[in-house]
Design a protein around this ligand. Structure first.
Ligand code: BMP
Length: 247
């Protein structure tokens, strides 16, 4: 029987907690070649590859499957980042297509509603896939959404509760949001649950590796600092070393 996504990630992360955001710049040509070269160059320094619209839109399903297959051949988990947020039926169809393309997990937005998130997680688990739920994004405008208050409770607390109730496999909290991460860490300790925290935002968005990890981040999602470096392998190795030294 296949191990659950959460366990597969934990195993892959023994060597590195870095998730590669495989995001080419907009003017990049030969996207498949870019993806293959980048994955091969950095594979030993990361635990997973996250693929966003940067590749999902221009590449064919077959090309995307080849990239997820390449990731798997290097022991990497593959995460589809489309921040899924639709009606239950549409979510399920998107999930089917993504799993068929070799993805191990999808990122979803709990804004869709708790019932819909519950269903999505259940369907994903039936397919040996995982769901990572947004709780608080990394960009400055995140406070205008995730930080909104509803009857004195902030939306991100509602999203965290939905992720927990749905048995999601992880949550996204931006590496730039260390205060929020600390709140999540305290809540985890108080209530005794474990829910891995995925943090984008180190490097290009100004987040700091050590601060993110100390504040409770389990996985660092890194794109431009690796992908656009002169030497992606070296950049990934340095980020991996720094992250491992902070554990
Ligand atoms: P970079 O390291 O280049 O800033 O890339 C971050 C990646 O993580 C991008 O793919 C972005 O879409 C994604 N992301 C993010 O930056 N903040 C979030 O809160 C959630 C994300 O998925």
């Amino acid at each position: 029987m296949t191990e659950p996504f959460r366990k597969r990630m934990a195993k892959a992360a023994e060597r590195s907690p870095v998730v590669l955001a495989l995001d080419p710049p907009v003017d990049r040509k030969n996207l498949k070649q870019f993806a293959v070269k980048t994955v091969e160059a950095v594979a030993e320094h990361v635990c997973a590859v996250k693929i966003n619209f940067h590749l999902l839109l221009p590449l064919s399903a077959r090309e995307t499957s080849e990239i997820t297959g390449l990731g798997h051949s290097h022991g990497l988990q593959c995460i589809a980042d489309i921040k899924l947020n639709d009606i239950e039926h549409t979510n399920e169809i998107a999930l089917h297509h993504l799993v068929r393309m070799g993805f191990d997990a999808v990122i979803a937005n709990p804004f869709m509603g708790s019932g819909e998130l519950d269903e999505l997680v259940q369907k994903a688990h039936e397919m040996d896939a995982g769901v990572i739920a947004l709780v608080y994004m990394s960009h400055p405008g995140a406070k205008e959404g995730y930080g909104l208050k509803l009857n004195s409770k902030s939306l991100y607390h509602v999203f965290l509760d939905r992720a927990l109730r749905a048995d999601a496999d992880g949550i996204v909290v931006g590496a730039t949001q260390t205060e929020i991460m600390k709140q999540v860490m305290r809540k985890k300790k108080r209530q005794g649950f474990s829910l891995p925290v995925y943090s984008p935002g180190v490097g290009a968005q100004g987040g700091d590796i050590a601060k993110a990890i100390k504040s409770g981040s389990d996985y660092l999602i890194v794109g431009r600092s690796i992908v656009e470096a002169d030497d992606p392998a070296r950049a990934a190795r340095e980020i991996q070393a720094k992250a491992l030294s902070c554990r």
